[in-house]
Design a protein around this ligand. Structure first.
Ligand code: SF4
Ligand code: SF4
Length: 340
């Protein structure tokens, strides 16, 4: 089922979908960009959007999330879960790398153990992907089995074909939504040919590469090489930004706030890059910076593949773009000793 829509009609399309869904679109907020609730009018993101600084994982696994309220009684507690708004959501314009990141997060929040906070939002959300036409120099998704037009993890995929978007339904959820949407035209063979050409052009624009061949073994073989890790992590300042903004990082901390007998339990993003990580329950087993950076790299490229058979990096490049000292994970991977 392949359709198309004029770009000038995107506002009308979102208005129509807004009858059923809360719509989230790329938005500027101060100095940053993220997916936020659509105001019902503004589609200017179509002009400036490349990718958001804050990844869409924040819509499913927020930086700060209330888990429950509690009241402390004599010898017992009363718990109250936060009310679900029950509202169906639609994220418009998610990039293929970030949709893939959600599929990677599903493995930990769904398959390893079931996290109702994450899963309820995930199940209630339609993902409308938008292929990249202008990837950053720091993007390297094509080295990780994906590409700027990858539709594998979205419900509907849009491809820019000039004044229009080609619109493909990928999942049953996507098919049903398109079948119930008015104002779409059928795509022609010429439209599909233009989409293919646009996708090939986008693919060629991703020039940064990382060699993932034997990557697990290469990391394993230099795991104890302290000199190597000290050298490649020297300029890191342990700010944690690369992990907070990484779409596949999921470390969190849990805290209680108690005022008199009323309390709230919440969780918040945490980072293995920080020296204080895990200090509450115990001492951080990775006191040295090189150990923490090694953990970050090995978790994505060695441990996650061992557990889930997928590298937990999508090549979105955020950690490169946002690092205050220009630390580049691809350079570290390229400098790994070659397996003999
Ligand atoms: S963003 Fe850069 S400086 Fe900050 S922890 Fe990550 S690698 Fe280190
Ligand atoms: S490690 Fe860097 S490039 Fe890979 S998914 Fe995380 S932020 Fe993106």
């Amino acid at each position: 089922m392949t359709k198309k829509i004029n770009k000038r009609d995107i506002g009308k399309l979102l208005t129509q979908w807004n009858q059923e869904f809360a719509i989230f679109v790329p938005s500027k907020e101060g100095d940053t960009t993220k997916m936020t609730s659509w105001d019902g009018k503004d589609v200017s993101f179509l002009d400036w959007y490349r990718n958001t600084v804050i990844p869409p994982k924040a819509s499913f696994f927020p930086p700060l999330e209330e888990m429950f309220h509690f009241q402390k009684n004599k010898g017992s507690y009363d718990l109250e879960l936060p009310a679900s708004d029950g509202q169906k959501k639609l994220i418009f314009g998610i990039r293929p790398c970030d949709a893939k990141a959600l599929a990677i997060l599903d493995m930990i929040f769904k398959d390893a153990y079931e996290d109702p906070y994450y899963l309820s939002k995930r199940e209630n959300t339609v993902l409308v992907g938008l292929g990249c036409t202008n990837p950053y120099d720091s993007c390297f998704c094509t080295s990780l089995g994906s590409n700027p037009s990858d539709s594998a993890n979205v419900d509907i995929m849009l491809t820019d074909i000039g004044d229009q978007f080609l619109m493909e339904a990928i999942t049953d959820k996507g098919k049903s939504l398109i079948a119930n949407t008015s104002g779409l035209d059928d795509a022609t063979e010429a439209d599909e040919a233009r989409a293919k050409e646009a996708q090939e052009t986008s693919y060629r624009k991703v020039t940064k590469r990382v060699d993932t061949k034997d990557i697990e073994e290469r990391l394993l073989s230099c795991f104890e090489d302290q000199d190597y890790w000290e050298k490649v992590t020297a300029k890191c300042i342990s700010c944690g930004i690369c992990t907070f903004l990484c779409p596949t990082c999921y470390c969190f901390d849990i805290n209680d706030e108690l005022v008199k007998r009323q309390g709230v339990r919440f969780r918040s993003w945490d980072s293995c890059a920080l020296p204080i990580y895990t200090k509450m329950p115990m001492e951080n087993p990775r006191e040295e910076k090189w150990q923490r950076v090694r953990q970050k790299v090995c978790h994505k490229y060695e441990f996650y593949p061992m557990n889930f058979d997928v590298i937990a990096c999508t090549g979105c490049g955020r950690c490169i773009r946002q690092c205050p000292v220009n630390w580049d994970i691809t350079q570290i991977l390229a400098s790994l000793p070659v397996k003999v």
